[in-house]
Ligand binder design. Structure first.
Ligand SMILES: NC(=O)C1=CN([C@@H]2O[C@H](COP(=O)(O)OP(=O)(O)OC[C@H]3O[C@@H](n4cnc5c(N)ncnc54)[C@H](OP(=O)(O)O)[C@@H]3O)[C@@H](O)[C@H]2O)C=CC1
Ligand SMILES: O=C(O)[C@@H]1CCC=N1
Length: 266
């Protein structure tokens, strides 16, 4: 099997790195094409993949085609993909907002299409990804594509009607979490702690808290209560966050991202 990435930006680079580090994929089985060709040659030098000069060349070389350009670039890319589409091709899209029907309408109604939503933590092998597949996709093809994304983290199946909300809480939320960690650290800087030290502490506290939620089986508010000693320090901050609309602020951000994603499908 040969794998071809169209668009070699943040996400494709992370996935290619994961594939090349894993024992399940040979770098010689990976091809890449990018509008700015220098990115393809850099990846070829770094990881030993093949740099292709056109979509036509990449599609002639590959079986699994991973569309990793921004959603707004798809109208430029898909006509060229369609021109060179063969029966052996499997199409994988990681684009936000573009549903399977969009690819069926713009490519072919019979081509196997798998939609995947990874996240940027793929760079460190910690993406929380999901997929949904068109009915043409066989179990073997699905296994192949899920194993590809397992090289950069975990992947679960999600029905397509939940893809927009997955995109928000799985794909976009790392940005919110980075903001939260940085805000904690900056607040510590105000108290005189060096920034690097504060970032390290804040990030590790978030990592540990995530492990608690995943491993303790307890409701998050039970965990909050365990931290808040009666008459203690933490309850002061929890009350402050509540009076400053912490939860509704998050809900508004989630709604904003999800609405934008849904509108991309229209
Ligand atoms: N960033 C994230 O956290 C996540 C992104 N995604 C999705 O992944 C996709 C890629 O995002 P990301 O990697 O961040 O984006 P980037 O902007 O980093 O990468 C997109 C790449 O596509 C290339 N490109 C643009 N037009 C063409 C074209 N016509 N032919 C070939 N290559 C082209 C760009 O080339 P050039 O160098 O010339 O600009 C660029 O290298 C998006 O659809 C996004 O929705 C999904 C989950 C998370
Ligand atoms: O912001 C975006 O459009 C992409 C989708 C998920 C994360 N980043």
């Amino acid at each position: 099997m040969k794998y071809g990435f169209i668009g070699l930006g943040n996400m494709a680079t992370a996935i290619i790195k994961g594939m090349c580090k894993s024992e399940d994929f040979e770098s010689s089985s990976i091809h890449g094409f990018n509008r700015t060709i220098a990115k393809a040659t850099t990846l070829a030098t770094t990881y030993g993949i093949h740099a292709n000069n056109s979509i036509e060349e990449l599609m002639a070389n590959c079986d699994v085609i991973i569309l990793s350009v921004k959603p707004q670039m798809l109208p430029d890319v898909l006509p060229e993909v369609k021109k060179h589409l063969l029966d052996r091709h499997i199409i994988v899209s990681i684009a936000a907002g573009k549903n399977i029907s969009y690819f069926q309408e713009n490519l072919s109604a019979t081509t196997p299409i798998i939609r995947v939503m990874p996240n940027i933590n793929a760079i460190v092998g910690a993406s929380t990804s999901c997929y949904t597949a068109s009915e043409q996709v066989t179990d073997a093809q699905l296994q192949l594509v899920t194993s590809l994304f397992e090289t950069v983290g975990t992947i679960i199946e999600v029905p397509e009607n939940l893809f927009s909300i997955f995109t928000t809480i799985g794909g976009s939320s790392p940005a919110f979490t980075y903001m939260y960690i940085d805000a904690l650290a900056r607040a510590a800087v105000r108290e005189g702690m060096p920034k690097n030290m504060a970032l390290d502490i804040a990030a590790n506290a978030v990592l540990g808290s995530a492990k608690m939620i995943l491993q303790s089986q307890e409701h998050p508010w039970e965990l909050v209560d365990r931290v808040c000693s009666p008459g203690g320090t933490t309850i002061q901050g929890v009350s402050s966050l509540q009076s400053n609309h912490f939860e509704t602020t998050i809900h508004d951000a989630v709604a904003a991202v999800t609405n934008k994603d849904r509108n991309l499908s229209k």
